[in-house]
Design a protein around this ligand. Structure first.
Ligand SMILES: C[S@@+](CC[C@H](N)C(=O)[O-])C[C@H]1O[C@@H](n2cnc3c(N)ncnc32)[C@H](O)[C@@H]1O
Length: 290
């Protein structure tokens, strides 16, 4: 698969960060529980401005951020001195079985093909490795859902229209979706994308404390006996030597030598990043911003 040329999130990093990260309500309640304690590099697929890097560190792991937007990565650089890579989640610039842990936080609506991302996550995980994903709840959140002022939500018949949506009358003028658009998967399409990745689901959650969930999260594991996944169309994106991080985008993108500047080692660099989000804080209101 060829990478897109333009990044939808370029030019929005400062706005996104101020609106959804700095002083914003927590967006990943329970992430530490789903991750559990661990060690070693954890790939943050679509890391954006890096709001999950601190939580990954708190779990004991060393975050390795990857995003398609250089602009977002620039902001993420303020939150880590570790590796950040410019790359496409659907064509990950890593050899098979490179990571014990990966997270995919709030990107299912922003990538062209979430199924391809999940398959790539499965490929770069080692047998026994885990993927934790948070994203928009396919039923109660998305282009087909209107957040009413009284707390109800209206679900429109467009629910069944999986695919990219660019304009919904109920999207706010100043919201993220009017700027970016949004990919929607029905619940069945979403779950089947997980099943088709070959990862084995261990847990689903509908995080957040309010009555109608807006998020769906899961932890899935690469089976111990799965071994190397069957080769798919690999193109020329992997190096001959199978090293971690033979970059698909940009020069020299490798764990420990990210394309976003000073890229440190994936392991062993113990940065002083102290911006962990408070996992005990629970959402009181559904997030706005569509
Ligand atoms: C809603 S933001 C979420 C960012 C971050 N995970 C968070 O929780 O704040 C979606 C992110 O996905 C990134 N993205 C979209 N398509 C991508 C792709 N094909 N490969 C890598 N990142 C991508 C965007 O650049 C953006 O940073």
């Amino acid at each position: 698969m060829k990478a897109r040329k333009t990044a939808r999130y370029d030019g929005l990093a400062e706005w996104y960060d101020e609106r959804f990260v700095v002083d914003a309500e927590p967006h990943q309640p329970g992430l530490l529980d789903l991750l559990g304690p661990g060690s070693g590099p954890c790939l943050d697929i679509g890391c954006g401005t890096g709001r999950n890097l601190g939580t990954i560190r708190v779990s004991g792991r060393t975050p390795v951020g990857l995003d398609y937007s250089i602009d977002q990565l620039g902001r993420a650089r303020t939150r880590t001195d570790g590796p950040l890579l410019h790359g496409d989640a659907a064509v990950l610039p890593f050899a098979d079985a490179s990571f014990d842990t990966a997270v995919s936080m709030w990107i299912s609506t922003d990538v062209d093909d979430f199924g391809a991302v999940l398959r790539e996550a499965a490929r770069v995980l080692r047998p026994g490795g885990i993927l934790v994903a948070y994203g928009v709840h396919p039923c109660f959140n998305g282009p087909h859902v209107v957040y009413e002022d009284d707390g109800r939500r209206t679900v429109h018949p467009t629910y069944r229209q999986s695919g990219w949506h660019t304009d919904m009358p109920w999207w706010g003028e100043d919201g993220i979706r009017r700027r970016i658009g949004m990919s929607h998967l029905t619940l069945a399409d979403y779950l089947n994308a997980v099943v088709d990745s070959g990862l084995v689901i261990e847990r689903f959650e509908e995080p957040g404390g309010y009555d109608i969930p807006h998020a769906l999260a899961f932890r899935a594991r690469k089976a111990e006996d799965l071994g190397r996944l069957p080769d798919r169309d690999r193109g020329d994106r992997f190096g001959q030597d199978g090293q971690v991080g033979c970059g698909g985008l940009g020069a020299g993108a490798r764990v420990g030598g990210g394309s976003e500047g000073d890229g440190g080692q994936a392991q062993g660099r113990d940065g002083a990043y102290g911006n962990a989000l408070d996992e005990t804080d629970r959402h009181r209101e559904p997030p706005s911003g569509w």
